[in-house]
Design a protein. Sequence first.
Length: 425
Amino acid sequence: MKIYKESLDTMLSIVRDYTQQTTDMEIERRVYDIIADVRTNGDVALKAYSEKFDGVSIEDFKVPQEEIDAAYESLSDELKAALLKAKANITEFHSREIEQGFVDMDTPGIIRGQKVIPLARVGLYVPGGTAAYPSTIIMTALPAKIAGVKEIVMVTPPQKDGINPAVLGAAKLAGVDAVYQVGGAQGVAALAYGTESIPKVDKIVGPGNIYVATAKRQVFGQVDIDMIAGPSEIGVIADDSANPVHLAADLLSQAEHDPRARAIMVTTSEKLANAVSDEVERQLKLLPRESIARPAIENNSYIAVMDSVEDMFTVMNEVAPEHLEIQLPDPMGYMSLVQNAGSVFLGAYASEPLGDYVGGTNHVLPTSGTARFSSPLGVYDFVKRTSFTQFTKERLEEVATHITTLARTEGLEAHARAIEVRFEK
């Protein structure tokens, strides 16, 4: 791995160069055309794109419930046990996020409050292609269930040999109401606008490739979305007390996702930096997905040697990584220094894949530096809030002049008159 030994200011500049995002206008145009086609032609367009992009001819997009049930039954006892453990831990964690509405009646004659309402229908996008992701299903569906979402539908790219049983089995376990075999930008468009077969949803969640991410951005406003997911990232803060073999394995756990993934480590030890760099190369050669992980390591990843613990956290807060490991003595004691990170893993035995599967926290996380202003997926993403107000005549009269003054300052005479008309003789 590339090793930097630079001043703090120089290192911060290097981080910013790595995290700058660009827009591919050709992809934007292609996705726009696909969305427009699906919006106009519905299922006919979806079938054409399935043949063109997936090489699969689809007659019925909806996967029969019998097939889903059979897929679950076909899973090994070991996989079922892992999924059930993940479900239990995720449910336990996210149940703590449930929001309650409130009513404020402290002032006589005034009632104010907020009502928390679950979304009616949510769409899950589950990637296909190079890997199956049953974990994504339980991570996205379970918080929606806990929030009280009435209907959860799922889209996933069709496969020539059928959808992976682990994906269908996870959908059953997580309580997904319907599964549709359609993917890509066309799948996002179907969820956003609805077709003859696929219902329109209120929100789309779940990761995907650049076409899926672009489609989600383009349909935002027509529907809500969770976030624009970029390539996977891991950041590691470590000192000489950490094991370089463990650190290298953790860095590679995200590099194997995508050639554009980022694996970044900051340390105060040049000795550790060299040891981890060597170990990454040794482990890379043993990975089945080396062809994916190697460009991620060589092009997008690095180790930075800094002068102090404070400088390490300053650099990592600038990175704002999706996943952040703190492998220092008493890692919890450093949480006050963390400002920007999607999910934090504390200590030698909280390896990042723990959070991907059974730790209980969500693995749908902000990427590409967006942890500066956004949060992991949670129950709060599947509800909306409606406020309400009631004033008596006497209480309105007390503030009437303030309202009319502000309204006329803004040039909104009708606003002012709507108040005054209630007190005319």
